[in-house]
Unconditional design. Structure first.
Length: 218
């Protein structure tokens, strides 16, 4: 009977925690060393893209793929307030079109599943947001390279030492941990913080505009 060849599964999860207390103790170190300056720079990149009407593309693999979709939802819907329905974030997750991803993976190669999607849409001044815990995912790197080639801005969200991704990003938020699960936990928290701050700034901008319009009317 023919047996399929076994495939070695790679993992960068690291050693597991001995108990829940040990796992959550790692949060204290992360909270004390969050790269707030880079997070603020990432927020500014997204606000600038919003103001100039640029498109934003999010992408990643595995848990980062889920977060790419989640973050696109938060930016696309979560920042819509009662008075800014006319102006919204132009954001799409490249992880959401499963038929297209599998077509490129099958007919070309998996490394190209994001780059080839970007080839259809990305333009100079757009923003690519790449999520990779290791910073070394080949398809994420190819996507960043393609975006930069077309003149797009690039933001990265990663961990460990930033990997190869950090040299391809205009802004790279590197979470200081060697534990992939902790990194992914805080990737979600960082994107929630970003979308929350952006919503507040959108509201603040609308208030300023409304006050200026009122003053001009008077």
């Amino acid at each position: 009977m023919h047996k399929p060849n076994s495939v070695k599964v790679q993992s960068c999860l690291g050693a597991g925690a001995q108990n829940p207390e040990e796992y959550f103790a790692a949060y204290q170190h992360m909270l004390a060393h969050l790269p707030y300056q880079e997070i603020e720079r990432a927020i500014q990149e997204m606000m600038d893209a919003y103001e100039r009407g640029a498109s934003i593309f999010t992408f990643g693999n595995g848990g980062s793929a889920s977060l790419a979709s989640h973050f696109a939802c938060d930016l696309g819907k979560g920042t819509v307030v009662s008075d800014n329905g006319h102006k919204r974030f132009r954001v799409i997750a490249l992880t959401d079109n499963i038929p297209l991803m599998t077509a490129w993976a099958n007919d070309n190669c998996y490394d190209q599943i994001f780059a080839q999607q970007l080839q259809n849409f990305v333009a100079s001044g757009d923003l690519a947001i790449a999520i990779s815990g290791s910073g070394n995912s080949p398809n994420v790197l190819r996507g960043l390279e393609l975006a930069r080639h077309h003149g797009a801005r690039t933001v990265g969200l990663t961990g460990f030492d930033g990997g190869k991704m950090k040299s391809l990003c205009d802004v790279c938020v590197i979470l200081p941990s060697n534990n992939m699960q902790i990194i992914e936990d805080f990737h979600l928290s960082v994107t929630h913080a970003i979308s929350s701050v952006i919503r507040g700034r959108v509201l603040e901008g609308l208030y300023v505009e409304r006050m200026a319009a009122t003053g001009m009317a008077d």
